[in-house]
Design a protein around this ligand. Sequence first.
Ligand code: 6R9
Length: 661
Amino acid sequence: MKSDTAKTAVLQEETRIFNTPQWIIEHSNSYQWMKNKGFKTENEMRKWCSDNYIEFWDEMARTFVDWFKPYTQILDDSEKPHYKWFTGGKVNVAYNAVDRHAHSEKRNKVAYYFVGEPVGDAKAITYYQLYREVNRLANALKSVGVEKGDRVVTYLPMIPEQPITMLACAKIGAIHTLVFSGFSSGGLASRVNDAEAKVVVTADGFYRRGKPLPLKPNVDEALKNSPSVKKVIVVKRTGVSVPMTEGRDVYYDDFVAGQSTKCETVPLDPEDRLFILYTSGTTGKPKGIEHAHGGYAVGAAQTTSWVLDVHDDDVYWCTADAGWITGHSYVIYGPLILGASSILYEGSPDFPDLGRWWSIIEEYGVSVFYSAPTAVRMFMKSGEEFVKKYDLSSIRILASVGEPLNPEAYMWFRKNIGSDQAPIMDTWWQTETGCHVVAPLAMTPEKPGSVCFPLPGMNTDIYDEDANSVPLGYGGNIVQTAPWPSMLRAFFRDEIRYKKEYWDMYWQVKPGTYLAGDKATRDKDGYWWIQGRIDDVLKVAGHRISNAEVESAAVSHPKVAEAAVIGEPDEVKGEKIVAFIILKEGVVEEESLKKDISTHVRKVLGPVAYPDKVYFVKDVPKTRSGKIMRRVIKAKALGKDTGDVSALSNPEAVSSIPQIN
Ligand code: 6R9
């Protein structure tokens, strides 16, 4: 293997540090654990937990999860790269998320405050009510022949039937596969067919920006060639009339009518699959990532407690759609396993106006709020007017996921939503990792834009191409050097790709090293900075430059709301930096401003990062979870085929990207 001479260097050192107020630190779950164990410093604790990860995860597995039968082995690594956790035990995530609370003093505690998009359409669902609904649906699914290991696809908006369906599947050992309700029929069809789903659960329609939109017709279109599907269950959400196929389609209310509110929860092997979640690869068909009941439950619950610091008396809100891994781990399983009260919001952040989210925080007294950089930048773009109208003083902890939270966005989020005191948990992780991997804890002094350090129990490192850990001040590939409980178990029916994508890279040198597919650097203090996907990294005049860093520098220009950066092939420099810029509201597009933005980036990062070309655009293509699709932008800008765009939330944005060559 060729040695990696062109390591990514840190171009800009962040000097600002924010310390969390002492009362928030002392109140935090991770700090209390640290004190009980007698660790003196955060570093000492993080290091001990990762060095002794098997002992650590054993304690976490016993703390956060109830086992029908105790496991006899914590980790079985005899079949790398397929690891097994908690072998010999029996478990079910649905028991942990619902049954046990419904039979404890929490039975009348609110599990979800459902907030529909139409203002005033809201209801609270207690753990006991959730338990009864899950049981009814589980019985109904059994009645149509759904068995352990069968796949059930949901194609639903963010309504209570979403978690109910997931939990009903888990309860009987069926495997759920969520497909974003924003996906087209083509995206749905490929997932239904790859998973060979027996049942699809959907809704007649959903509300988006005040309008009821139909959903069921997409399902009919998608299922034209899906022989595996025997039943389609349709939740009445908007009441629009939809075609129903005789014998196949049934309304949800009719489906569960008359079913018992009691249903046995099946004790499962911890490795039995809980879900398959498809993530879009850069090429080819989407990858079906498999997660297992036991380890996933431990990782999701432990990080909801330690990183998001959710307590029993919190009202917690993660704005992610359930169809994204963030929704699985931090809207559904993590908070439910802890027995927390969460908000489940159906609609968009800007309906009826940009104050909707803030009004919900005020009304319900939300204390832990988990969102994404794309949302923060959207609010930044339109100013503080709507934020100022609401009392957000209930917020104690903020968190972010999905893309780098640019320092500028960090500052805005902290000041305007966090009352200038709440720490921001910028959490780096993936569908594949199942739970947070690199993130601050409440006690961590934060640098804006940094995801801080690998979490306790994680063995995360940055390698060069020869599997050497890079020194401070340099960057390389993010790797996991040891397994962790909530790790992916396999690709659904694609062993070759599973090995190729994650394990082959370092197999010869260090077998069992997981390649995450992202680049990161560590600064001189050891703080981690995510540089973006390996494929998105720019190579300018021999220097590797992260798109994330250039984008953050552009966003720190006072007139810029959002930036997407790509490389254009250049005979001299290898690549030229091209920036697509969304300006803040009210800013006039002037030629001179383009130069001004490039000069600003040069001032922040140095001459090598100078954007040669700047274009103003109205929007950039993004995934449903708010990730900028640089692959698509680059293809469009260079006049190439944009490939599969089924995962985009705003396909129309593609046409606003100009061809540049
Ligand atoms: C949870 C999730 C994973 C990819 C990941 C990385 C990017 C996620 C990030 C982040 C910078 C963060 N990513 N969190 N980049 N800072 N805090 O997003 O899962 O949809 O599978 O995407 O998202 O590139 O590799 P998933």
